[in-house]
Design a protein around this ligand. Sequence first.
Ligand SMILES: [Zn+2]
Ligand SMILES: [Zn+2]
Length: 440
Amino acid sequence: MPKEPGVSRRSVLKQGMAVAAGGSAGALLGRPVEASEIPGPRAQGTSTAGQAFRALVRYRDGVSVEELRLLPIRPREVVVRSEASMACYSITPFALRTNNYARPTIMNHSGMGVVEEVGPMVKRVQPGDRVIVAGTPQCGQCYQCLQGRADHCQWLSGVDVHPIAEMADGTGVVEMSGIGGISELMVVAEEYCCPVFTDLPAAELAMLADTSGTGLAACMNLVQVDPGSDVVVLGAGPLGLAAIQSARIMGAAQVIAVEPVAYRREKALEVGANAALDPNAEGDGLVSTIQAMCAPPTDRLFAGGSGARGRGADYVIEAVGGDQFPPEVEVGPDPTGILPIRQAWTMARPGGHIVTHGIGQRGEVSFPASAFSISGKTFHAGQQGGLNMMRDLPRFVRLAEAGLFDAAALVGQTYTLDQAREAFEAVAARTVLSAVVVFD
Ligand SMILES: [Zn+2]
Ligand SMILES: [Zn+2]
């Protein structure tokens, strides 16, 4: 029998996948396909399509809590009923400034809750699971995941951010970064979900999805802090405070926090820093103060001393970033966030490690070229702390359950959904350590 032109086994299989993925099989069957005709497993859990829910939506020049209606999910998507979501500082410009969203967008980029429905191709989570929805996906199959850099997972670049709900007038609503979070329901790809089998409070888990998880990863992932070492943490916001605890957990002998805001310096001492310095008070002497604090107990060069050249910290964790809004608390020495990066590099000892996490800096950073070239310092740019979320989030949960990580200490203030804008305003002003929206 002559082979039908243009129809190969591969094209049939590909068409089959398109059907399973909810696409049209018209090319094969010559007519539209009903959902009931699609072979393979069905979505599991309560059907959520058409459900009404509320979310904080940015649209044109305003941000407000809107009533929305959920659209049907895609085969690899998960519907999560939110328990909590941490209002992230990096979102504040989008949540609070004007004229930056042409299409309605649900704010934030992380959350946690309980899985309500999964598409037929989802394997990682099941209805009823408690899940952390992290700010960075982990597909396990892209080049970066395979190189062990899940913090740079490329999954998102292969997927379109598409409407997951509608406004009352039928306008499609998308989620920021394909995640959202300040919303009673989230629709996310399974690649963002990490199931956690724990009864820890929702607000604590919501922070692990973003800043707490990043700070904990800081001393355990891209660098593994050696026991007995000196660690400096620049910035004692929720990320820096988690990094301080991370250094402690890894066995650092000395952890020095540097933070302009007085109440955050106090918190740094509470969660385990040995000292908390004010960069405004230290001024240009900050680096030499740190070097003196990290000096070995002897000047004798051949007895492990550092001689006259000083030494510096074994590890410096930068968790400052640029100011998005003028703080209503003490202002740091450089709102652009450039100075802390330069200081981080300078105060690390030759052969030491610098891990940066801050974002929103403005400008460029420079270093003395010769010293940069040969000083043996290693610079790690830590996107979400180098988080490998499927590996790390469950162990961070265990650290919290074991009492080794004080997750509660990092939850500054909780808010209802109706207070979500206030949450972002407080975070922008830095008047709260952190702000978590907790859902009913
Ligand atoms: Zn964030
Ligand atoms: Zn990946």
